[in-house]
Design a binder for this molecule. Structure first.
Ligand code: GLU
Length: 411
């Protein structure tokens, strides 16, 4: 199922719950603007390769469009549209003054040298710059992009428009990035787990956690859960496979191991497992923190053994798998709530750039915790009131906010 189809299916369930008008459904399902570009790149051996890139702005009724850029071989138009749509709901749910967008280039960045990656980023930026701007559309990191990629984007954009730090977030701190931005998504996931765990009696201290994905989100989350809550992270994985240790993995050691570009399954402090086996390990918290579409009817939805699935990745659960988990009594903390910490600190970064004023790390984390706790409480209350799963409740809140902005702006 495509990212676009997943986003639309979840949308329809919540739109029915709030009796959304047919015309508003059309507005909110269709993207505001889709840009597809050709990205020719001079490779190190002198050849020119031509990649395809996308920037899709789903909705900007509540503010400038906002969302990351991913580099991935599967990043096609449907996936980018689905992810742009989720950004609209994510910014609305956290009540930050942005709309939703997403960008992607269909490329396997592991096949590129650093110079090729820089040239690709600069060319892609040139091609989409016409629809970007601090009050128009503000990119950020996503799968396989990072602060360095955002620095190249900033440089390329600023070389034409003058110094414009607020055109992109997730920058290196030395170029106007925010303290705490890099770990913000993982930290935000933890803040939601704190509240959910308190409400539903699943403590984090000693709680058994399995994390699929050990990149920027999964890595920081694992570290924070252990250091701030004494959780037991018993299994993690990367693209090559996973490692499991029933007594709790030494996450600090594992992070040092992966920082040296060594694969997770080669970690000597655990038993190595395949990427399929990670879904079979009984735990309290199961956290998909990599790519979309990994929890499905055909594979694992009927057999996963956990108390809660925490969607740190975007769109990890297909709608049918979501229903199966619901029937099995396994709660799902939906992606655009669980992983909204990244875009929330992106908002802090953007406002620091506009005001030319730096916040302390304490200020960032305090405001982030507050924002995540508030959004979570609103979703929990709505779910209770309407007797629906957290995802449907989160959609209902977000859709209503965007619809209200659309109505107020008029047509
Ligand atoms: N790529 C992240 C997300 O999916 C962050 C987006 C942003 O900071 O704009 O939420």
């Amino acid at each position: 199922m495509s990212g676009k189809a997943i986003a639309q299916s979840h949308f329809t369930r919540a739109a029915d719950l709030i009796n959304l008008d047919a015309y508003m459904r059309r507005i909110l399902l269709q993207p505001f603007r889709e840009v597809t570009v050709e990205v020719p790149v001079r490779m190190d051996d002198g050849r020119v390769e031509v990649f395809t890139g996308y920037r899709i702005q789903h909705n900007g009724a509540r503010g400038p469009c906002k969302g990351g850029i991913r580099y991935h071989p599967d990043a096609d138009k449907d996936e980018v549209l689905g992810l742009a749509t989720i950004m609209t709901w994510k910014t609305a749910l956290l009540d930050i003054p942005f709309g939703g967008a997403k960008g992607g280039v269909t490329v396997d960045p592991r096949q590129l040298s650093r110079l090729e990656l820089e040239r690709l980023t600069r060319r892609f930026t040139q091609r989409i710059a016409i629809v970007l701007g601090p009050y128009r559309d503000i990119p950020a990191p996503d799968v396989n992009t990072n602060a360095q990629v955002m620095a190249w984007l900033l440089d390329e954009y600023s070389s034409r428009h003058g110094y414009t730090p607020a055109v992109v977030t997730g920058k290196p701190v030395s170029l106007g990035g925010s303290l705490g931005r890099e770990e913000a998504t993982g930290r935000g996931v933890m803040y939601v787990m704190e509240e959910y765990g308190r409400d539903f009696g699943i403590p984090l201290a000693g709680g058994r956690v399995v994390i699929q994905g050990f990149g920027n989100v999964g890595g920081h989350l694992a570290r924070l859960l252990v250091s701030e809550h004494g959780a037991k992270v018993i299994a993690v994985s990367d693209v090559t496979g996973g490692t499991v240790n029933e007594n709790g993995l030494d996450i600090a050691g594992l992070l040092r191991h992966t920082a040296e570009r060594r694969p997770v399954p080669e970690w000597p402090g655990g038993r190595s497992i395949t990427n399929e086996e990670i879904w079979t390990i009984p735990c309290d918290w199961l956290v998909p923190a990599a790519l979309g579409g990994v929890i499905t009817r055909e594979t694992n939805a009927g057999t996963i053994e956990c108390k809660a699935v925490v969607e740190a990745a975007n769109e990890p659960t297909t709608p049918i798998a979501d229903r199966i988990l619901e029937e099995r009594g396994i709660s799902v903390i939906p992606d655009f709530l669980a992983n909204a910490g990244g875009v929330t600190v992106s908002y802090f970064e953007w406002s620091q750039n506009l005001q030319q004023h730096r916040w302390s790390l304490d200020e960032v984390n305090t405001e982030l915790r507050q924002a995540m706790h508030t959004a979570y409480a609103q979703v929990r209350d709505m779910a209770r009131l309407r007797g629906v799963p957290l995802r449907t409740a989160a959609y209902a809140i977000a859709i209503e906010r965007v619809a209200e902005a659309e109505r107020l702006r008029g047509h």
